[in-house]
Design a protein around this ligand. Structure first.
Ligand code: KIV
Ligand code: NA
Length: 278
């Protein structure tokens, strides 16, 4: 499949073909995301912090750590459009610092766009990055980088005031130049309303079936992680069980002496050489 572009994504929205996005954090997961033409976008999500690096929250992830992983994802990515999250704190200081950090992500990792959590307060930054050729995917609704300020990982836009605020935010960020928008943990009715209201593609996670696309965290979707499962998660594979079974089988085979097999899994030396050696 030819490289997916912003134009491709816009055309998918216009023709009502659902957009698929999955996260990846390293070379092998990136290769898997590229293994079918049916995946449109690979996201190096800052969920990297929890599912890959064992941190408690995305607020612990540094820019250098994100770049390190995004480089690996980039090396394994073929046709999917490649987006990476700007980590917490890397776009909240001065405009110049934020721009420099975004430029570092593009230059060092070869990602194609950045994703930013935030509302009207980031509109100027979205405008600036877009103007210098760094496309921005906005991320509104539940913003995990702000879980403390939001008093937890909660559904957003459940009352009139907050639903209206979210609709306004979506329009402001679209107007600022965002080429696409993630809607996280909002009522399905609001997911549909915003999707119809704005012209750029919406990608939902816990935003119902009527957004232009769907995204899941790799480890939630593949079951490489059997901890807390949010309401919006569906497990499409059970890799944790598969790999723990593999670990147990390896250990059993070594402990009972059946691995390695002297014939099939071992090297040998020419008997004449061995006789002289002895
Ligand atoms: O960090 C992440 O994985 C994300 C997606 C779930 C949208 O932001
Ligand atoms: Na994220």
């Amino acid at each position: 499949r030819p490289k997916v572009t912003i134009q491709t994504l816009q055309a998918l929205k216009e023709s009502r073909v659902p957009i698929t996005m999955l996260t990846a954090y390293d070379y092998p997961t990136a290769v898997s995301c590229s293994s079918t033409p049916s995946i449109d976008i690979t996201l190096v999500g800052d969920s990297l912090a929890q599912v890959c690096l064992g941190y408690k929250s995305t607020t612990q992830l540094t820019l250098d750590e994100m770049i390190h992983h995004a480089k690996a994802v980039s090396r394994g990515t073929t046709h999917p459009f490649l987006v990476a999250d700007m980590p917490f704190g890397s776009y909240s200081g001065s405009m110049d610092d934020a721009v420099n950090n975004a430029v570092r992500m593009v230059r060092e990792s070869q990602i194609e766009a950045v994703k930013l959590e935030g509302g009207e307060e980031i509109a100027d930054l979205v405008r600036r990055l877009t103007s210098i050729g760094i496309p921005v995917m906005a991320h509104i609704g539940l913003m995990p980088q702000r879980h403390v300020a939001l008093s937890g990982y909660k559904v957003q836009g459940r009352n009139v005031a907050s639903a209206k605020a979210l609709v306004r935010t979506a329009s402001v960020l679209e107007e600022a130049g965002a080429f696409s928008m993630v809607l996280e943990a909002v009522p399905k009715e609001l997911g549909r309303y915003i999707t119809e209201k704005i012209a750029v593609p919406t990608i939902g996670i816990g935003a119902g079936p009527w957004t232009n696309g769907q995204v899941l965290v790799w480890d939630d979707a593949m079951g490489t992680w059997l901890g807390h499962k949010a309401k919006f998660v569906r497990r499409f594979a059970n890799l944790q069980i598969a790999r723990e079974t593999g670990v147990q089988s390896f250990a059993n085979a070594v402990k009972d002496g059946s691995f390695p097999d002297p014939q099939r899994e071992s090297y040998t030396i020419d008997p004449a050489e061995w006789a002289r050696f002895m």
